[in-house]
Ligand binder design. Sequence first.
Ligand code: FE2
Ligand code: FE2
Length: 380
Amino acid sequence: MNAHSRDNEALHSSTAATAEEAIARQEALPPLTNEEATNVAMQNTLLTPRFYTTDFDEMDAIDVTPVRAEWDVLIAQMKADPNKGHFKKNEDWDTVDWDGMEPKLKAEFIDFLISSCTAEFSGCVLYKEMKRRGSNEDITTLFQLMARDEARHAGFINDALREAGIAVNLGFLTQAKKYTYFRPKFIYYATYLSEKIGYARYITIYRHLEQHPEMRFHPIFKWFKEWCNDEFSHGEAFALLLKTDPKLTTSFANKLWIKFFLTAVFSTMWVRDHQRPAFHEALGVDPKWYAQEVFRKTSDISCQVFPMMLDIDHPRWVKNLNRMEAANVAIAKGRKAGGVGGWLTRMGGSARAALAFASLLTIPAISSEVPDNPRMEPVY
Ligand SMILES: [Fe+2]
Ligand SMILES: [Fe+2]
């Protein structure tokens, strides 16, 4: 190894101790930016990952005393940093034949990578900001650790994209992407769920490819196991935060919000994944099977704090998810067509999507007993 590559080794985002360092190291790599990828990452629709901002003072005021014992164990685990250096290409990274990849698969896979990179980075931006604005040591320590992980995840996806001559400009996104405001409690519900569903998504693909290695058309999937453990810990942290204030999961209004977020997060995943048929076919995964499997795992896990789970075997469940998906196809068609006709198609699609969502939301939930100690280990 020569001095130059040793420098690069030392300066890779996978070993960065903070999010800021990881981002800077990523920005130093060529190509610095790719406009098309960054434009995709900039999009703000119901289906694309957003950036969030919140009332940081309210979050800074959280007192973790009620969950102190579990909290300290979790923070110590995260500080020990078991995945330091993991998110970097090594000898397991097989050569990727981007030019030989079937064009539809290539387009969908790149879209998947850009969207995943944006979602990872969305977490990083929010956590980093909480760390910057806060003064509560428990909270800032946690958020710095989570921001570090998400920056490494986003950086690693960018490494994969770079091989296809593409990269998302993370620094630019931080400055230019629109931020959506969410009250802290909505941040807890949404972020808790996105961490846990992220875990379930990564581990389900990983286990499937363990059984069918011949379907692994890209090496990044080999990294999903350690990756999902990071997401699992992040979810654990939010479960503990939710436990600090019992009202968040027990009041009537908040239970309705929890049901709303569960339905929104699950249905968004369904619609988004069905937009990538070639990608799922290449993996040998039926998107319906995959979605239900991920929902089942996420439901089982989220009973650690949520007093209910959605009835995903209800006859109205898949039927209305399919309706939402069809409505979404119509909306996209309308947008593409433009003009009055396109506008009408879009409005019709939006109305049908709203009706389907309302139907999903009114499926009775299954209530469940919440344990006193929420802590769980990843078992899938
Ligand atoms: Fe992540
Ligand atoms: Fe995460």
